[in-house]
Design a protein around this ligand. Structure first.
Ligand SMILES: NC(=O)c1ccc[n+]([C@@H]2O[C@H](COP(=O)([O-])OP(=O)(O)OC[C@H]3O[C@@H](n4cnc5c(N)ncnc54)[C@H](OP(=O)(O)O)[C@@H]3O)[C@@H](O)[C@H]2O)c1
Length: 470
């Protein structure tokens, strides 16, 4: 049967196969193709070849099995494989066909691919998909950018398969080129910071309160219904309490303390540096993964470890952990929000950051009560600085809980537990809310040795001084 499937899914890794099943469950007929045919056969077997699923074994067969305009979801490894697959598909595609890259591609690659396919009349969409393989199956959060005409062709499908927050599908179009992948990149950057902060709190619960994984699991569980309610806190208490069947030991104790990365955290940190918009907690989370990978060096250097010894009372430490994690989460969202605002302006995407918070309310890894509250605070307001609006919403929490944040950072340092994400989150907040920083001294020193000039608070112009050197 030629040209009958509603949509196609190319790439049957964990994400692609679950997204295909999601589409099928919503009543769409789906053609699938994977470079390695064994994977396609295995998928057919595992899924029981449900009605509406059509397996194909060549790119040509795949494309010709789709109804027009063809709508193809790519779920292949990010980077060169995406270009390779596009090159294979291109000769078979026509004006109005839509290619949706659903991988974690770099937004600048999506900018380029969008432009390249524009010439052929093929509508390219770069779309970040969050929620892991379970989200792909049950309903992910999706951040799309690229061809507006292409988005129009697939919007109906996307709204059907997306996660829903009180009925509202968590999918949005953010503008041309790589805008969707940019929003997904910053989402992942925030995810890095949140996971880093959770791990730091776990370190303090262990070192400061002598908790093992199961005690710590209970603590995280007790926090998961309050203002810390989030996918990641829930995932944390489940992971910490999981016992391996064979050993009956908490599995976490046997997991090597080396965290890997695929690039999105690094790209967020790079973007932040390029635009001059600080997101230090995200950068620190990336550095944290680099440090974790220095396993051999750390083992040798551990003989030089030192700590100042605890000072905070045990009963206070637990509250310091909870409040600190909460404020670090909020600070990380604020940093991401500021970075998104700047990117939208500087890269010409022109989206409203409120839309990011809207689609992050369900389905994605950083969904949380904080995100829900943030979106409610932005709703119905003029799109001025979204970050300032969010700071207004949360400032009371910062004011009331700041003491715990400072206590946590001090306690972690005294215990010898590194907490770079938490401390940078706190320092970011202290810095960006400072009316007057001590950068005047930095500028004066630059002028002292380099005659770089300085501006004054009491008159306009640029000045230089000999600073008493005669
Ligand atoms: N896993 C997650 O939780 C998650 C969450 C969000 C986004 N993503 C992103 O979604 C995309 C898919 O992720 P995944 O975890 O399902 O799988 P993956 O391991 O990233 O990629 C596997 C798929 O890529 C195909 N592939 C690799 N190189 C290829 C090439 N040169 N030509 C054609 N196909 C090629 C593989 O085909 P073969 O079977 O032939 O090797 C397989 O279908 C990635 O960009 C990933 O970063 C993943």
């Amino acid at each position: 049967m030629q040209g009958s499937s509603d949509v196609g899914v190319l790439g049957l890794g964990p994400m692609g196969e679950n997204f295909a099943l999601n589409l099928l469950s919503r009543g769409f007929s789906v053609s699938v193709y994977n470079r390695t045919p064994e994977r396609t056969r295995a998928f057919l077997e595992r899924s029981g070849a449900p009605e509406g699923l059509r397996a194909t074994y060549s790119v040509q067969e795949f494309v010709s099995s789709l109804s027009r305009p063809r709508r193809v979801f790519l779920f292949v490894k990010a980077g060169a494989p995406v270009d390779e697959v596009i090159a294979q598909l291109r000769p078979h595609l026509e004006e109005g066909d839509v290619l949706i890259d659903c991988g974690n591609s770099h937004f600048r690659d999506s900018d380029r691919r969008y432009q390249e396919l524009l010439g052929q009349g093929v509508d390219f969409i770069g779309m970040g998909v969050s929620g892991g393989y379970e989200g792909a199956l049950r309903g992910p959060s999706m951040m799309a950018g690229g061809s507006i005409r292409g988005y129009g062709s697939v919007e109906g499908v996307l709204r059907e398969v997306a996660a829903r927050h009180h009925g509202d599908p968590c999918v949005a179009y953010f503008g041309p080129g790589g805008s969707g992948h940019l929003v997904k990149t910053v989402h992942n950057g925030i995810e890095y910071a949140m996971m880093g902060a959770i791990a730091e709190v776990y370190g303090v619960l262990r070192a400061g309160l002598g908790m093992g994984p199961e005690d710590a699991s209970e603590v995280f569980e007790s926090w998961s219904n309050g203002e810390l309610s989030s996918f990641l806190v829930e995932a944390t208490y489940r992971v910490l309490r999981y016992r391996e069947r064979e050993s009956e030991e908490p599995l976490i104790e046997r997991v090597l303390d080396v965290a890997e990365q695929k690039g999105t955290g690094l790209w967020t940190a790079q973007l932040s540096l390029e635009l001059g918009v600080p997101s230090p907690s995200i950068s620190e989370a990336v550095h944290g993964r680099f440090v974790s990978a220095m396993k051999g060096f750390r083992e040798k250097a551990s003989r030089f470890a030192c700590s100042a010894g605890p000072s905070t009372a045990e009963s206070d430490l637990l509250e310091a952990c909870r409040s600190s994690l909460y404020l670090t989460f909020v600070s990380s969202y604020l940093q991401g929000s500021l970075l998104l605002e700047a990117s939208s302006r500087s890269l010409g995407y022109g989206f409203d950051v409120a839309e990011a918070f809207r689609v992050w309310r369900a389905g994605c890894i950083i969904r949380s009560r904080i995100v829900e509250r943030a979106y409610s605070a932005l709703l119905g307001r003029e799109a001025e600085s979204r970050t300032l609006q969010l700071m207004e919403e949360f400032h009371r929490d910062f004011r009331e809980q700041m003491v715990w944040w400072a206590d946590f950072v001090a306690a972690a340092a005294r215990l010898g537990v590194p907490a770079p994400v938490t401390s940078s989150a706190m320092n970011w907040y202290l810095s960006v809310t400072s009316r007057r920083l001590t950068a005047n001294l930095v500028q004066a020193l630059r002028d002292y040795f380099g005659r770089h000039g300085y501006q004054r608070t009491d008159m306009p112009g640029t000045f230089t001084s000999d600073w008493g050197r005669g």
